[in-house]
Write a protein that binds this ligand. Structure first.
Ligand SMILES: Nc1ncnc2c1ncn2[C@@H]1O[C@H](COP(=O)(O)OP(=O)(O)OP(=O)(O)O)[C@@H](O)[C@H]1O
Length: 305
C-alpha cells in the first residue's frame, strides 16, 4: 500500500517542554486518517510541522515519498485548512477564494469558484464579507481554501468543531465524497463518534506519543489481558451467592460477579471464560435468556490511552 505520509520518531520541544516525544505514523493513499488527542496534546503542532509552519526538533517524515527538507516540492499537492482567524475577514467570500486560488495557481474559472463555494455549502454567500460569516461559514470557507489547487492530500484541523449538527453532517459527507474521488485526508477531531464513523484508521495521541493506532474496529477490540464485562439474564435470577457457588464448583475465572434486579453482572479476564460460565449456568438448572457483552466505544479506548 502506498504511503502518502510517513512519520518517524518525530519530536518537538517548545522551550524544553516536550510536546511530541517520538511520533510514528503512516497515512495510506486514499484513506481518511483520524488523529485524536486531548486538548493541548499536540495535534496542531504535528499538522504545523507536516505543513512546514513549525520546525521539528528531531526525527523525520516524508510526504509523497519526499523527505521533510524538500517539503516545498510537494506543497502544491497538499491542501491545508487554515485557522479561521487567519482568513481575510474584510474580503468577500468569492474574492477571498479567488485571491487564494491565484496564489496556489488554481486555474479554475469564475463558475469553478462558485461551484467550489457551493460544494462546501456556501452557495449564495459569495458576495458577503467574511467578517459577516457565522462561525460555521468561516469553517466552510477554510475547507474550500484547503481544496484549492485540487490537492491529493487534504489536511483538516478540527473541520467540524463548533458546527451545528446539520453543517457537521454536510462536512462529513463532503469528506466522504473527497475520499471517493481518490483524495487522502488527514483530519483531527475531538468528536470521537465522528472519527469512528468517517476514519479508516485512527491514531490516538497521548502524552506526546501515539498510544493507539489502527482501524476503529481494531482499537475497540478488547485487548488481550484486559477485562471483559457482560451481563446475563436468567430465570430464576443468578444471585451473587449462586455466582460464588458456580465459581467454586466449576473453578470459573470470575473477577467480579453480582446478582442485580433483572440481570446479573460479571467481569472476566478473557473471552474464553464466557462460554464456560454460560455452560455452568445452564448445567446448574437456570434458564439462560440473554448474554450481553459490553461494547467498547472509541471513547473508552481514548479515555484509556
Ligand atoms: N509556539 C509555541 N510555543 C510554546 N508552546 C506551544 C507553542 N505552540 C503550542 N505550544 C504548546 O504545545 C502544546 C500542544 O499544542 P497544540 O496546539 O499542538 O495542541 P492540540 O492537540 O492541537 O490542542 P487543541 O486540541 O486544544 O487545539 C500545548 O501545551 C501548547 O501550549
Amino acid at each position: 500500500m502506498e504511503n502518502i505520509v510517513q512519520v518517524e520518531n518525530l519530536k518537538k520541544e517548545y522551550s524544553n517542554t516536550a510536546v511530541l516525544k517520538g511520533i510514528n505514523l503512516t497515512v495510506n493513499k486514499g484513506e481518511v486518517f483520524g488523529f485524536v488527542g486531548h486538548n493541548g496534546a499536540g495535534k496542531s503542532t504535528l499538522i504545523h510541522i507536516l505543513t512546514g509552519i513549525v520546525n521539528k526538533t528531531s526525527g523525520s517524515f516524508t510526504i509523497f515519498d519526499t523527505p521533510d527538507n524538500e517539503l516545498n516540492t510537494v506543497k502544491r499537492k497538499m491542501g491545508v485548512m487554515p485557522d479561521i482567524t487567519n482568513l481575510y475577514h474584510h474580503m468577500k467570500g468569492y474574492n477571498f477564494l479567488k485571491y487564494m486560488g491565484e496564489l496556489t495557481e488554481d486555474k479554475r474559472s469564475k463558475a469553478g469558484y462558485t461551484e467550489l463555494l457551493k460544494k462546501v455549502g456556501l452557495e449564495g454567500a459569495e458576495d458577503q464579507k467574511i467578517k459577516s460569516y457565522s462561525f460555521g461559514m468561516k469553517k466552510k470557507i477554510s475547507i474550500a481554501q484547503a481544496l484549492l489547487g485540487d490537492p491529493e492530500l487534504i489536511i483538516l484541523d478540527e473541520p467540524t468543531s463548533g458546527l451545528d449538527p446539520e453543517s457537521a453532517i454536510y462536512i462529513r459527507n463532503l469528506i466522504s465524497e473527497l475520499q471517493k474521488s481518490g483524495k487522502t485526508i488527514f483530519l483531527t477531531s475531538h468528536n470521537l463518534d465522528e472519527i469512528e464513523r468517517i476514519s479508516d484508521r485512527v491514531g490516538i495521541l497521548s502524552n506526546g506519543v501515539i498510544k493507539k493506532f489502527g482501524t476503529p474496529e481494531e482499537l475497540k477490540k478488547v485487548e488481550e489481558g484486559s477485562n471483559i464485562g457482560f451481563s446475563v439474564r436468567t430465570i430464576p435470577l443468578l444471585t451473587t451467592e449462586k455466582i460464588e457457588e458456580l465459581r467454586a464448583l466449576y473453578q470459573l475465572n470470575i473477577i467480579f460477579g453480582e446478582g442485580r434486579q433483572t440481570s446479573s453482572r460479571l467481569i472476566v479476564k478473557s473471552e474464553e471464560d464466557i462460554p464456560k460460565i454460560t455452560k455452568a449456568i445452564v448445567d446448574s438448572g437456570l434458564s439462560l435468556y440473554e448474554v450481553k457483552i459490553d461494547e467498547k466505544s472509541l471513547e473508552d479506548v481514548f479515555m484509556n490511552a
